[in-house]
Design a protein around this ligand. Structure first.
Ligand code: ZN
Length: 316
């Protein structure tokens, strides 16, 4: 087990955060080669045993568009995670929702998504933002009627690689429209790593205030090495839900070079050292990330994979 005393943590205050692991979907989607179904299943099972209560497992996208995720149903059927783990699937449109709901017993959460910027949305899912949001209302109703947890993700919330700045007002307006359609969780994605800690601080303070009763989730990428600093800023601004990816897997299909979500084990290491409770077993997370690394046959960029957890020598 991970050491449980954290000499450098903030005294007298325990904060608890929720972490959703997105490596099996967001991460593997961006791998150039297709990963064997059994390898995905082994990783997800290991992540479940590390204490993760939320895991993004699969997406119901067209297999010809994203062949890496074509085995989503087989993965969902094959995994063996504790009963209190919430399995999430990503759905891009009504057709994807039809497919997902045909396998209603295999997951607990559905995520819908849009990009805050027009160009990124078009390049990612070939539709305008308005077309996507027009569909969201009906899809949200169906998800809620099925009794499935409904969360929404807004990509390029902190900047677009094609259009540059994305106004906060535009992002929060989209978030409100998702909430009106029944979403109980709103994730804000720094899809290509354009956020900085000062902006994260302002943004999450505004989001928490603007969306009462909605869980606010930060999804940072470490594209330019600012992922953990952004996560810290979001935490201080009141955000208590985060998404990350084992081994720092992931990125974005467009544009090329959009590497890596923040690594789950690095995020958890930082939180534990600060005295923030994640409910996760860091040693097991690192073991799972190392297993993912050997499955992929290349070095992953997570720091904790290399360094391991912080070891505090016993006081003498
Ligand atoms: Zn991501």
């Amino acid at each position: 087990m991970t050491t449980t005393t954290f000499p450098n943590s903030t005294q007298g205050e325990t904060r608890t955060v929720h972490i959703r692991e997105v490596g099996p979907r967001d991460g593997f989607q961006n791998e150039p080669e297709t990963i064997a179904t059994e390898d995905k299943i082994r990783l997800i099972n290991a992540l479940g045993r590390a204490g993760l209560k939320r895991i993004e497992v699969a997406s119901f996208v067209r297999p010809d568009v994203i062949p890496q995720l074509a085995d989503g149903v087989a993965v969902l059927r094959g995994i063996d995670v504790p009963a209190d783990v919430s399995r999430m699937v990503l759905v891009p449109n009504s057709k994807g929702l039809d497919n997902a709901l045909a396998h209603r017993d295999l997951f607990e959460e559905i995520a819908l998504f849009v990009s805050a910027s027009e160009t990124h949305n078009r390049r990612n899912i070939n539709r305008t933002v308005q077309e996507t949001m027009d569909d969201v209302r009906g899809m949200g109703k169906r998800i809620v009627a099925e009794g499935v947890s409904y969360s929404a993700v807004i990509a390029t919330s902190f900047g677009c690689p094609f259009e540059g700045p994305v106004p906060m007002e535009r992002v929060l307006d989209l978030a409100e429209r998702f909430a009106e359609s029944g979403a109980t969780e709103l994730g804000f994605g720094d899809t290509t790593g354009m956020c900085n800690p000062a902006y994260a601080s302002r943004f999450f303070a505004a989001a928490v205030e603007r969306l009462p009763g909605v869980e606010i989730t930060a999804h940072f990428h470490n594209t330019r090495g600012q992922g953990l600093a952004n996560a810290y800023a979001a935490l201080e601004a009141g955000c208590r839900s985060f998404e990350s990816s084992c081994g720092e897997l992931g990125g974005c299909p467009v544009p090329a070079g959009s590497t890596g979500n923040i690594a789950t084990e690095d995020l958890v290491s930082m939180f534990h050292e600060m005295g923030v409770d994640t409910g996760l077993d860091l040693d097991r997370l690192i073991a799972a990330a190392r297993d993912a690394q050997s499955t992929l046959g290349r070095k992953l960029t997570s720091h904790s994979i290399v360094a391991g957890p912080v070891i505090w020598a016993p006081a003498v």
